[in-house]
Design a protein around this ligand. Structure first.
Ligand code: ACM
Length: 491
C-alpha cells in the first residue's frame, strides 16, 4: 500500500514488492557528503522497517548476498518534469532495488523520507516495499514550524525530537521564538545579564533555561544534517520584559522591571529615545546573526500595544537594518509591514482576527515575501475542541481538518500569490510544560500543515489524507512520540 504524507506530485504504484531483508546503501556523485548521508538513509529505512520485520535490517552491511540495493544519485534531471525546485527528487523501486535521485542533498533526504514511509506502511509481516515510481517537488520553499521556548523552555533534546518529526514531513524551517516577557533563552555574549538574570523561570514558576551558543550551534548542525534550517527570533520592541528585567537602562526610570510569569501580552516595550536602546538592539541582534548559519533572522514586531506608530516604525527599520548589516535577511511578524520595509524582507502573517490587511498587501506588492501562519489554521497551540485540556482558544478551535483544509492563496484578500514564500505552523507554550504535551499539540496537525505547504492543491483531498495519516500513528507509537488521536481519523 502506498500512503504518503505529504502527498507527492506524482505516484505510480506497480504490482510487485521487494522483500526488505536488509539494505545496502551506496551513492553516486555525492562527494564528501556521501558517508554521512548513506548512514542517515540506512538508519531511516531501517527504523521504518524495524517493527515490521521484527528485526532491524543492517543498513551498514556490505554483504553483497543480502539486502536490497539503495542507490543515492545526484542527478539534475531528477524530479517532476519542468520542476526547478532545488528540493525535487525521484524515487524508483522495482525488482532491481531502489534508486533515489535528486539534484542535491535536500532532495535525496526527501526521497529517503518517502522511502521510509513506503516501507513503514507496507503492511504486516516482514518488511516490504511496493514497486513504485515517485516524482516529487514542494509547492513552497518555506515550510516551517515556530516553537516558543520562552513561555516554557524546551531544550536541545526536545528540539532535536521536533526536528526529527518536522523532517519526516519534509518541513524545512525551524523558527525558534527565543525571547519574550517571561524569559530570554539564548546566550548573548555582549549582554551576559540577559540569560544570567532572565532565563531562570517560566510561566509555571519552573526552572526555565536557555540555549548556550554551543547548544544553538549543535542544534543548527543537527537540523542541517536533516535538511532543516533554524530561523531564530528575538522579539522587539514589545514582548521584552525579560530584557527590561535584566537591564534597567532600557526603561525610562532606570529601574529593572520585575520578573514576569503571567501570560498577558502587549504591556512591555523598549523606548526608542533612550540612549541605551539602540546599542542594545545592535548587540543582541548582532550576536544572534553571527551565531546563525541560515539566511534569516526574525526580529518579532508583534503586539506592541503601547507605542505610537512612528516610534514603532523606527524600531522595525532599525532592526531590519541591523540584520541586513549582519548579512542576513530579516523576518517580521505581520505588524512589521506597517513600517516601510525593504524588498526581500519576510513578513509572517498570523493574526486571523485582524481586519484591514491592506498594509500587508501593499508591502507584498512592494517586494516583501510573505509566510502564512493563520492562527485559525496553523496555530497548533489552539485547542482541538472545546474542553481540550491543553492550549488556548483565542483564534478558535483548530481540529485536524481545520489545519488541513485551507488554501494559502485565499487567506489574505488581494495578496499576490507570487509573494507567498511558504507556510509555517506555530506552537506557543503558555500551557505546554512537557515534550509529551508539546507533541500532543503538534501531531497529527503538523502533518496536515506539511501537506498544505508541500503538496500541489490538486493533489490534496481530505478523505484521502484521513486514510493516509492514520498510518502515521504506527511510527509515532513506535518512536514514543505523543499525539492526539483526533476523532476525525479512524486510527
Ligand atoms: C503572535 O502570535 N503574537 C505572533
Amino acid at each position: 500500500m502506498v500512503a504518503l504524507v505529504p502527498q507527492p506530485l506524482h505516484v505510480d504504484a506497480g504490482d510487485g514488492q521487494l522483500l526488505l531483508d536488509g539494505v545496502r546503501v551506496r551513492s553516486e556523485g555525492l562527494g564528501g557528503d556521501a558517508p554521512a548521508l548513506e548512514r542517515l538513509v540506512a538508519e531511516l529505512v531501517a527504523s521504518g522497517a524495524g517493527d515490521l520485520a521484527g528485526e532491524t535490517p543492517d543498513g551498514r552491511s556490505d554483504d553483497g548476498a543480502r539486502g536490497v540495493p539503495v542507490v543515492l544519485r545526484i542527478d539534475p534531471a531528477a524530479g517532476p518534469q519542468g520542476s526547478t525546485s532545488a528540493e525535487r527528487y525521484s524515487l524508483v523501486a522495482d525488482a532491481d532495488g531502489v534508486v533515489l535521485a535528486a539534484p542535491g542533498r535536500s532532495g535525496l533526504l526527501h526521497a529517503a523520507r518517502t522511502l521510509r514511509q513506503l516501507v513503514e506502511h507496507a503492511g504486516e509481516g516482514p518488511a516490504r516495499l511496493p514497486h513504485v515510481v515517485v516524482h516529487d517537488a514542494p509547492r513552497y520553499p518555506w515550510r516551517g514550524l515556530s516553537v516558543d521556548v520562552a513561555r516554557h523552555f524546551f531544550g536541545p533534546s526536545a528540539l532535536r525530537a521536533v526536528v526529527d518529526v518536522m523532517a519526516s514531513y519534509k518541513l524545512n524551517v525551524l523558527h525558534l521564538h527565543l525571547t519574550d516577557d517571561q524569559g530570554w533563552r539564548i546566550e548573548s555574549p555582549s549582554r551576559p545579564e540577559l540569560v544570567r538574570r532572565s532565563s531562570g523561570s517560566d510561566v509555571s514558576g519552573g526552572p526555565g533555561g536557555h540555549l548556550s551558543l554551543d547548544d544553538f550551534r549543535a542544534l543548527q548542525e543537527y537540523a542541517a544534517e536533516r535538511g532543516v534550517r533554524v530561523v531564530p527570533e528575538i522579539d522587539l520592541p514589545g514582548h521584552v520584559n525579560a530584557a527590561t528585567h535584566a537591564y534597567g537602562e532600557l526603561v525610562p526610570d532606570g529601574v529593572p522591571t520585575d520578573e514576569y510569569q503571567g501570560v498577558e501580552v502587549g504591556f512591555s516595550r523598549l523606548a526608542y529615545g533612550l540612549p541605551a536602546t539602540e546599542p542594545f538592539v545592535r548587540d543582541v541582534l548582532g550576536d544572534l546573526a553571527r551565531a546563525t548559519v541560515g539566511e534569516h533572522v526574525h526580529v518579532g514586531g508583534d503586539e506592541v500595544h503601547t507605542m505610537d506608530a512612528d516610534e514603532y516604525a523606527r524600531f522595525v527599520v532599525l532592526a531590519e537594518q541591523v540584520v541586513r548589516d549582519a548579512g542576513k535577511t530579516p523576518v517580521v511578524w505581520q505588524e512589521g509591514a506597517k513600517a516601510p520595509l525593504r524588498p526581500g524582507t519576510v513578513v509572517q502573517y498570523w493574526d486571523t482576527n485582524a481586519t484591514d490587511l491592506e498594509y500587508l498587501v501593499e508591502a507584498a506588492r512592494a517586494g516583501a515575501r510573505v509566510v502564512l501562519s493563520p492562527g485559525n489554521r496553523v496555530y497548533l497551540d489552539m485547542k482541538y475542541v472545546e474542553g481540550f485540556p491543553l492550549g488556548l482558544q483565542w483564534a478558535g478551535f483548530v481540529e485536524l481538518r481545520d489545519s488541513y483544509d485551507w488554501e494559502p492563496e485565499d487567506v489574505v484578500d488581494g495578496l499576490p500569490a507570487g509573494a507567498i514564500e511558504g507556510v509555517e505552523a506555530a506552537v506557543w507554550t503558555e500551557t505546554l510544560t512537557s515534550t509529551d504535551e508539546l507533541f500532543t499539540m503538534l501531531l497529527p496537525r503538523l502533518s496536515a500543515v506539511a501537506e498544505v505547504a508541500w503538496s500541489a492543491p490538486e493533489r490534496k483531498d481530505w478523505d484521502d489524507y484521513r486514510r493516509r495519516v492514520a498510518h502515521e500513528a504506527r511510527s509515532w507509537r513506535r518512536d514514543g512520540v505523543a499525539f492526539h488521536p483526533s476523532a476525525q481519523v479512524d486510527w
